[in-house]
Design a protein around this ligand. Structure first.
Ligand SMILES: C[S@@+](CC[C@H](N)C(=O)[O-])C[C@H]1O[C@@H](n2cnc3c(N)ncnc32)[C@H](O)[C@@H]1O
Length: 207
């Protein structure tokens, strides 16, 4: 499994140093789509900034957070108010036994980029089965520019990030997987989407 424990403490500051608040803006861009959800699963929650904002906006919501790093879970727990209905599961998301038709939404923020397409191809359908019939999958991710300056810029940043994360976390991915193709092939349809930071980051919801 990817090893993010050593990064838990500096993760937020490294992110702010490189992208300022853009990644946070991208994650929080998903929140309006989660209004009205009763049960949500976040996968690869990280240091808890997303789930903390989720329960702040929607205090009645019940959240399961699936996360492979104990150090990230400790940071995430510390951000939450006592009354928040959040359960952490310390597990490998690739092997987890997902319940069927349990969640109104699944959220993955900067998580799909950690895996090779072959891993995701087997995993995506299992996550989709965890959604209720009208459920949605909310994704925040990096985005490869199609051509010209945007393509060059995205390849530059993705190259640096993969080199960094592969060295420090034994990340299995070497490049951004084509997760949109995988979601589409398994029946997913885009509901809403948007880009920020000059198109380097994107958020989308899939039903
Ligand atoms: C790139 S970080 C993203 C964290 C957060 N979602 C964000 O928006 O910044 C990836 C997170 O997924 C977790 N992770 C990576 N592989 C995992 C796996 N196989 N099972 C569970 N969690 C995993 C890492 O521990 C880390 O917290």
């Amino acid at each position: 499994m990817n090893q993010f424990d050593p990064l838990a403490r500096p993760y937020r500051w490294l992110e702010y140093l490189v992208f300022q608040k853009s990644l946070e803006q991208c994650r929080f861009g998903l929140l309006p789509a989660l209004a009205g959800c009763r049960r949500v699963l976040t996968i690869g929650e990280g240091d808890g900034r997303f789930v903390a904002e989720l329960v702040r906006r929607y205090p009645e919501i019940e959240v399961d957070c699936l996360e492979g790093s104990q150090a990230m879970i400790a940071r995430a727990r510390a951000r939450l108010p006592e009354q928040a209905a959040v359960t952490f599961h310390h597990a490998d998301a690739v092997c987890w036994d997902y319940p069927v038709a349990e969640y109104d939404a699944v959220v993955t923020c900067f998580f799909l980029d950690c895996f090779r397409e072959t891993t995701l191809a087997d995993w995506v359908p299992r996550v989709q089965r965890a959604l209720r019939p009208a459920g949605c999958w909310a994704v925040a991710e990096f985005c490869e520019g199609r051509s010209g300056w945007r393509r060059w810029r995205s390849q530059f940043w993705l190259g640096i990030m993969y080199a960094f994360f592969r060295r420090l976390t034994s990340l299995e991915a070497k490049r951004l997987p084509n997760w949109k193709r995988l979601l589409t092939e398994t029946g997913g349809r885009v509901q809403e989407e948007g880009t920020i930071h000059g198109g380097l980051l994107e958020w989308s919801t899939w039903c």
